[in-house]
Ligand binder design. Structure first.
Ligand code: SF4
Ligand code: SF4
Length: 222
């Protein structure tokens, strides 16, 4: 899922300063799962904004709504009747949310209430870790199911580097060296010899380096 962090309240207050009627808009997708943008967080942020704005002598009018998803036009359409009633919308979805909202409702200023960070998974309740950089050509099966692109600080395809020590990464000593893990896993599976293959330079054109990506599924288009 997409993981994000809440922006500091002061930053959001500064964004909406001078704007009377504000909507805090949540999303029931990834940001609900990582506890930064669901219905509960909409309520918490809206209350905090009301209190802070009242204290600062600003209009405390802040309303709340949570859409099923903000990355889907069919759900955004729900706001068609009311979007332009607001002087500001604070979207607490991933970065797609504020962009989709701003495209659909060009007259309404839309502000991001979340810093979108990475594609990850939950290690335990309240702990998320990066697992994928959406490179567009998944190769994890060659590395024991561990991603050297997202989990090695240098995204090495042929590792480990010379800095790996005691199972930890030289760049971030608190992070396990994924190449150390890959070698141990492949060894345990009796597949160590597969790592003798030298991987050529990866073609990054399928990743972000190839520019903004788009997927068209003719079979799903209407
Ligand atoms: S190889 Fe690419 S697509 Fe697969 S997990 Fe790693 S970054 Fe993601
Ligand atoms: S120590 Fe391991 S994880 Fe860190 S950069 Fe080197 S190979 Fe990558």
């Amino acid at each position: 899922m997409i993981v994000g962090d809440s922006k500091p309240l002061e930053e959001i207050l500064a964004m909406i300063e001078g704007r009377d009627k504000v909507l805090v808009l949540g999303c029931r997708g990834c940001v609900t799962v990582c506890n930064v943008g669901g219905e509960k967080e909409v309520g918490i942020l809206a209350t905090a904004l009301r209190i802070a704005r009242k204290k600062n002598g600003q209009p405390p009018t802040v309303e709340e709504k949570t859409l099923e998803r903000q990355c889907d036009p069919e759900y955004i359409e729900e706001l068609a009747e009311v979007a332009e009633d607001y002087d500001a919308i604070v979207s607490i979805a991933c970065g797609v949310g504020p962009q989709f909202m701003a495209e659909r409702y060009p007259k309404v200023p839309v502000f991001p209430g979340i810093n979108t960070t990475f594609i990850g998974g939950a290690l335990e309740h309240g702990v998320w870790a990066e697992r994928c950089q959406s490179c567009g050509n998944c190769l994890v099966h060659n590395f024991g199911g561990l991603c050297p692109i997202a989990r090695c600080s240098k995204s090495l395809m042929n590792g480990p580097c010379g800095g790996s020590a005691s199972g930890n990464c030289e760049i971030s000593p608190e992070v396990p060296c994924v190449w150390d893990q890959i070698v141990k896993k492949m060894d345990a599976m009796g597949r160590l010899d597969e790592l003798e293959q030298v991987w050529p330079n990866k073609n990054w054109l399928t990743a972000r380096d190839g520019g903004p990506r788009k997927r068209v599924r003719e079979d799903l288009k209407q």
